[in-house]
Design a protein around this ligand. Sequence first.
Ligand SMILES: Nc1nc2c(ncn2[C@@H]2O[C@H](COP(=O)(O)OP(=O)(O)OP(=O)(O)O)[C@@H](O)[C@H]2O)c(=O)[nH]1
Length: 772
Amino acid sequence: MGEGGCCVQLLDGDGVFNVAGIEHFMNSVKLAECGLSYAVVSIMGPQSSGKSTLLNHLFGTNFREMDAFRGRSQTTKGIWLAKCADVEPFTVVMDLEGTDGRERGEDDTTFEKQSALFALAISDIVLINMWCHDIGREQAANKPLLKTVFQVMMRLFSPRKTTLLFVIRDKTKTPLEHLEPVLREDIQKIWDNVPKPQAHKETPLSEFFNVEVVALSSFEEKEVLFREQVASLRQRFYHSIAPGGLAGDRRGVVPASGFSFSAQQIWMVIKENKDLDLPAHKVMVATVRCEEIANEKLAYTSADKEWVQLEEAVQHDIVPGFGKKITAIMDKCLAGYDMEAFYFEEAVRTSKRQQLESKLLQLVSPAYQIMLGHIRSKVLDDFKEAFDKALEKEGFSVAALECTRSSMLKFDRCCEDAAIEQANWDPSKIRDKLQRDIDTHLASVRTAKLSELTALFEGQLNKALAEPVEALLDAASDNTWPAIRELLQRETESAISGFASALSTFALDQATVDKMLVKLKEYSKNVVESKAREEAGRVLIRMKDRFSTLFSRDADSMPRVWTGKEDIKAITKSARSASLKLLSVMAAIRLDEETDKIEETLLLALVDASNNGTKNRSIQSLDPLASSSWQEEANKRNNSMLPPPWAIAAILVLGFNEFMTLLRNPLYLGVMFVVFLVGKAIWVQLNISGEFQNGALPGLLSLSTKFLPTVMNILKRLAEEGQQAAAPPSQSKPKLDSKVFRNSVHSNSTSDPSSNISSTEDGDEYPSPLRK
Ligand SMILES: Nc1nc2c(ncn2[C@@H]2O[C@H](COP(=O)(O)OP(=O)(O)OP(=O)(O)O)[C@@H](O)[C@H]2O)c(=O)[nH]1
């Protein structure tokens, strides 16, 4: 029995397979690297027939040999395995337990058969060790062995062609030329007598076996000669697997990396007493081994430093050359697989390669998706930046088109850079998403820009229309509305033209453009209408201003000097006409050229008012602010100022003395009159100011500034009168008739001559000057 690192027991005497032992053997001799370039040689024969001795001399192995001093007893149990030294190709040598030993009983036959089948299934060359003197003998020791070999050969579903090398030990002086035919005849007889399945009834022995014969001299008696002959025999094992070599057809050979697994499986099948289908077995071994190799390679790649670093880097940013790097990593992995799986069944290894590739792609897919995500967001960010810059130089649609085109191009290039050769992944979904993002951004920018543009043109229109319209309305002439219409048309056309030109850079559809132009046109009209309404809302103030101005100023716009000779009625009428003109202009929005009868109605109302004082209703009906309810309320308030008749009677009775005192003193009378005037003015001002929603304080201030000079003048005049009263009666006669009073008031109130309108006009429906 052999010893040493390269000799291991594959099966023990009980047929237990030494998995750890064979794995250790394979690793120590690096059998897996051999691919198909290895041969398996085994030896069978009677016990103690010098098998181990022969193998050790032939292959330089170290199988344990029987100690000559211990006698002929069984040495080898089970099957041992060793590597042949210095023979090319790599040759695995198996030393089998002897077949006819005395130590085993009948049951051992089973193991003999099983081990014989096992050796036939995995060996390329089987040495049949036999004594020379057994040739031609009916009771030869090797006969049962050969019978066993041939029988088990039939159990191979599709047997490989194995070389049976008969080694004749202790050859006699009879030349081999004479021995060999006798031996072959013996073999043929045995073959013929072996029961065969129907399919192999007529199959010749040569179909299953290459039979070779060699004779060796006795090791014990002619050792030198033995060594020489062994050395010569050794030569036949060189290049044994080459065409024409000693090995058989090698149909059943499995790649070296699958040797361990294959041997294990074959032994399992043999132990279960099943037929051994070598082709199916090869496929099975290939399947298992290719899967093992693929898993190994995948695990190696998953832990590969280059891959781990790349996976980490891509989490944060774009990795330049991502596709090439991943492709290289995958190539390396697949190349490793190809190298190891090369000798297995092509169909199996191709299928397993595809599985490995698919697993590799699953491994790198998340990184690829992250990479695409980085590319998409980077391109989108760059697009936004580039688009903002482009908008400074080009129109919207040109900039959008150009930037979109270059961004999509950039995305495509980046995707090419990230593309993994083995994957052929289509980034079109991400591309579509990018396109959608770009479109969304463009839409949002377009909306903002269009809003800006609209606001710009609206602002321009507002500026071009509001103030001129206000001025035109203020002028309130016959030409006001034609002028407004012309202004509106001109400015609208100009704005529409500019707006349309600006919109053309957005490449909008015609319907949208039309809609926006219509909207701007409407806005333009609205500006005028709003302004007209706004001005109409202030029409009473304006009318009052106009009335006051025309009343208090002459044709040259100079303050009117009231001499008492003026035709106040005519002035009033003219001022009223002007005010009504203002009202008639502002009473309606005349953006269409249709004529109306507002002015006529108003003038008629004026005539009626002059005649029967009923014009209030006509004018007020045109002006929502001067409502009848306001007028009624004012009248009610004025009426409610009078105390009830019984109170007046009581005042007269109880205050008779005080009245008399006052009546006797003209100074008191004058003071009382002034106080009455001031009081009345304040009362009216407070009420009217409230109606026009002006505060009482401004009313009072206005009143004080306007009336103070007049009041002061009256007081001064009264003081003078008082002094004259103290003088001789001829001088003290009061000259204070109504005319003088009026003149004095007028002469001292030129700053606001209209302040006297209320005292000169009856039933004046216009705001009293005191209401200022
Ligand atoms: N006559 C003769 N004896 C030999 C020869 N070679 C070896 N022997 C002797 O045979 C005995 C058995 O040798 P092994 O080589 O152990 O025989 P084996 O067949 O391996 O024995 P097992 O493994 O027990 O079956 C030893 O004592 C050897 O010296 C030979 O060529 N002729």
